[in-house]
Design a protein around this ligand. Sequence first.
Ligand code: ADP
Ligand code: MG
Ligand code: ZN
Length: 637
Amino acid sequence: MSNAVPPRRSPDKPWRSEGAPLSPPPGKKMPGGWGGLILAALAVYLIANVLLSFFGRGGEPAISYTEFTKQVAAGNVSKIYAKGDSIQGQLRKKSPLGDGKGEYSEFRTQRPAFADDNLWDELSKHNVTVTAEPVIVQRSFLANLLLSLVPMALLILLWVLAARRLGAPAGGGAFGRSAPPEPVEVEPGKRTAFDDVAGIDEVKGELSGIVDFLKNPQVYRRMGARMPGGVLLAGPPGTGKTLLARAVAGEAGVPFFSASASEFIEMIVGVGASRVRELFAEAGKVAPAIVFIDEIDTIGRAHGTGAGLGGHDEREQTLNQILTEMDGLSGSEGVVVLAATNRADVLDPALTRPGRFDRIVQVSPPDRAGRAAILKIHTRRMPRAKDVDLGRIAGATPGMTGADLASMVNEAALIAVRRKQPEVTQADLWTALEKVQLGTERPLVMPAEERRRTAYHESGHALLGMLQPGADPVRKVTIVPRGRALGVALSTSDADRYAYTEEYLRGRIVGALGGMAAEHVVFDVITTGSESDLEQVTRLARGMVGRWGMSERVGRLTAIPPDVQQPYGLAAAPATLDVVDHEMRRIVDECYESACRQLREHRGKLDALAQALLEAETLDEDEAYRAAAIPPPGKET
Ligand code: ADP
Ligand code: MG
Ligand code: ZN
């Protein structure tokens, strides 16, 4: 897929980057890795050899004095220079050396002290110039010095080259920084944009503030506005978290640095922290930029929730370094940190403290409309037959994530190629869907029966929420799973409430029991899907009876300490607690009766709401009230 994360270019850097300004590729000096190193060493050796032989030429042959006098007599000596008894000279014509090893034209010799010849007469007779300067320039002191340094320089050069090869994987330790990250070349206009992400519009909305900040950091800086802290994208695999992070960078047109938390610690122990430091340093250099840390739960697990990768210390050090870097970001740098996790529930609370990942954005699987939009994105560059109906495919794939849909579409294209068709047809898409479903262990598509039950469950909550007088308006109903919940019916009030009436609290209990009541009324079954509903009901009832004086039998006293974790019974006599228990049951039973009765009474509305939910999967406030044919509550304010 074109949206796939680019591969890491070099294994010694745990992060990838795209959109960073182009720097000269660091590979230039040694084009071919080890081959290059060998070439370089060879070149150095050759150059040194040439130099040595050049300087080494100073060794003109020493000839015998006899030979010298012969040459003088033959008139073959052009000039000489004498210092004491040492003589240097030059021949007119090259002469063979006595031992037969080549010829010579320059020479030196030594005049024996006992030589009794008349050398000066001989010389002048044969027109030999006697010069005042050495005929052969001796190697200077500097040349000598340089020459003696050559082997040393050679050694140092080799050592540095080798160290650069070996040192790099260790995080550039001994030899300073490793080379700047290689940018992944992205064709202009080819970077991921928000257009490539569909079905999670709320999330896009939440992130658009960051895009704006990255586009105009100076505007925010001028206003003294604080930089957005880190944002944690939480959601099941394949819902587009990575894609979204890249899209934020692409939209803002800033460099994107990404690393998987496990990659920081997978290879060599003890380098996680230094890599984090390097990553942030690189991003700081090209800021504004985005640093994206994927799978942060592998190192960010709270203590005691099972060991992650690597040693405990390694994990902790790496995590601490990330936190330190984030604390160090004052905001003026323009580095924004995004992270992704499948498991927001297991994260170390240190990660979500203010100034760190203080915003958690839930990324959910797409609903029906979202799936249609995702299918459209992934088929936009495919030739499609006229019969292709993406809406129907979307309707048949509840539960599938963006990644599932992307691989299904790809499979359809492969099938079309195999069938030698010019276009992808609807039949190809159906075959691909079957194939993709067979290939996975978890059921990709939610079973129809379970969807129906979930739809009634959530409709039960929503309908009772609509029917209770004075209850908070229903804002959203969905049967798209969120976290551990199979669906959600969300009610929030228009204004903050500071005190609750008994009637309101009873309404809340009735609403919370609505899911279970609907399953009971419609299917006559009880499922495990109501666990968290019952927890909420218990909390409310306990408060009403034990702390808020809403039971005549318990009376106006605090029978239960505010902290529910504390051992029961410290605040009241056992008899009182028995009464509390009894009263809680009474209230909950009454509410459950009421819930079932209302649902039976309004069965038509319940069916209509559930049907609408099965169709659209997500209903907003207006759609939900319309489906149930109940007038939306007048806005209080
Ligand atoms: P995650 O990081 O949440 O596991 P990814 O971002 O890696 O998911 O998604 C993998 C691929 O699935 C993406 O590259 C993209 O092709 C596709 N995909 C996932 N979600 C969406 C989406 N909301 N819109 C479009 N494509 C999506
Ligand atoms: Mg991912
Ligand atoms: Zn429920």
